[in-house]
Design a protein around this ligand. Structure first.
Ligand SMILES: [Zn+2]
Ligand SMILES: [Zn+2]
Length: 314
C-alpha cells in the first residue's frame, strides 16, 4: 500500500518520500537536505508532513517551492503550531513581482492540539493568510484509501509524529459452493451498516444477511508511522505506544549512539537503544532507524544501527 524511499543519504538531513499504491501523487515527510529528491518528485507532491521546523527538517522546503511554482496545484502542508507563519515568512522572503496568479496554492494545516487544526491558504502574489476553517478531528489528512493521524511529541518544541492508515477492507470467503456476483457488494454494505435482516438474493435463493456474515472477514489496512525528533521520555513513549503499536512499518529518529545518551537528554532527542526498544515494545513489524547526528563517521553510524537492531530484535 505505502512504499517509502529515504531520499536523504546517511550524512544528509532527513527526507522521506511516500508513494501510495494506485495514487499518481506522492507525499513527503520532512524537508531535510536530500540531493536525491528530484524536480519531478517535488512537482508531484500532493502533501508535505513536517514534524517541526528545526533547520535540518525544513531547509529543503525552498527546493519544493521552486519546483511547485507553476504547477497550478494545491499542495497541503501539515505541521506544528506556528507553521503557517513560518511558511508564509519563508515564501515572502522572495520577490514575486512576475508570478502568475494561481501558480500554486499552499493549504497549511496547523496543529493546535491533539484533535484541532486550522486551515489557512496562501496564494501568490501577496501570499496573505486566507483563513479557511478550524477543524476538530483526529485525521489531519484524508485521501482515497488512506488517512493520516498525528501525535504531538515533546522535543523542547512540538514535534509531530504521523501515522498513515490505509482503510480496512472487507473480504468475503466463499464457501459451501457460493459463487461471486453482485450480492458480494450487497453483503459488504449490509455488514458495514450491521443490517442483519437485509434480504440478499444469490442466484434463485434469498438469504438474510446475518446468515451470510460468517463469510465476511476484515483485512486490516497497512499502517505506516513516521516518528521524528523526540525526547526519550516516559510521556513521549506512552504516546508512541498508544499510536504506533502493531504498525507494519515505522521510521524512527535515532540521532545518537548509546554512548551519547547525555547529549540525547540535553537536546531532547532519542538514542539508538531507546528507539529500538520502544519499537520492540510497540510490536512494530518493521522498524527502520533514520536521522543521525552529523558528528558520526560511517563506522560509527554502522555501530549506531547495530545498537538499534540489538534493542529492537532482542
Ligand atoms: Zn529537532
Ligand atoms: Zn532533527
Amino acid at each position: 500500500m505505502f512504499s517509502v524511499e529515504i531520499k536523504s543519504e546517511r550524512d544528509e538531513d532527513v527526507c522521506l518520500l511516500i508513494n501510495v499504491q494506485n495514487h499518481s501523487y506522492n507525499y513527503i515527510c520532512d524537508c531535510g537536505e536530500a540531493k536525491a529528491l528530484s524536480a519531478k518528485e517535488c512537482r508531484n507532491t500532493k502533501a508535505i508532513f513536517l514534524s517541526h521546523t528545526h533547520i535540518d527538517h525544513f531547509i529543503n522546503f525552498d527546493k519544493l517551492l521552486r519546483h511547485q511554482i507553476g504547477t497550478e496545484k494545491k499542495v497541503t502542508i501539515c505541521g506544528p503550531a506556528g507553521i503557517t507563519d513560518q511558511i508564509q515568512h519563508r515564501i515572502k522572503s522572495y520577490c514575486w513581482n512576475l508570478i502568475e496568479a494561481g501558480a500554486v496554492t499552499y493549504e497549511i494545516r496547523e496543529i493546535k492540539d491533539t484533535s484541532t487544526y486550522s486551515i489557512t491558504n496562501l496564494n501568490p502574489p501577496l501570499w496573505e493568510k486566507e483563513e479557511v476553517a478550524v477543524c476538530e478531528q483526529e485525521s489531519i489528512f484524508t485521501e482515497k484509501d488512506f488517512s493520516v493521524e498525528f501525535e504531538i511529541l515533546d522535543h523542547k518544541t512540538s514535534s509531530i509524529a504521523y501515522l498513515f492508515r490505509a482503510e480496512d477492507k472487507l473480504k468475503i470467503n466463499l464457501k459451501d459452493g457460493f459463487k461471486g456476483g453482485k450480492w458480494i457488494s450487497e453483503l459488504k454494505n449490509a455488514y458495514i451498516l450491521n443490517d442483519e435482516n437485509k434480504v440478499i438474493q444469490i442466484e434463485e435463493k434469498e438469504y438474510l444477511a446475518k446468515d451470510l456474515f460468517p463469510m465476511v472477514s476484515i483485512i486490516q489496512g497497512k499502517r505506516l508511522g513516521v516518528i521524528m525528533d523526540h525526547a526519550a521520555s516516559h510521556d513521549n513513549h506512552i504516546k508512541i505506544k498508544n499510536k504506533f503499536t502493531h504498525c507494519d512499518d515505522v521510521y524512527i529518529e535515532c540521532f545518537y549512539k548509546n554512548e551519547d545518551k547525555e547529549l540525547a537528554v540535553k537536546n531532547y532527542h532519542s538514542y539508538a537503544a531507546m528507539s529500538g526498544s520502544i519499537m520492540k515494545e510497540c510490536n512494530v513489524k518493521n522498524a527502520i532507524p533514520v536521522h543521525y547526528s552529523r558528528k558520526y563517521d560511517a563506522t560509527e553510524l554502522d555501530e549506531l544501527i547495530t545498537q538499534f537492531d540489538k534493542a529492537y530484535k532482542l
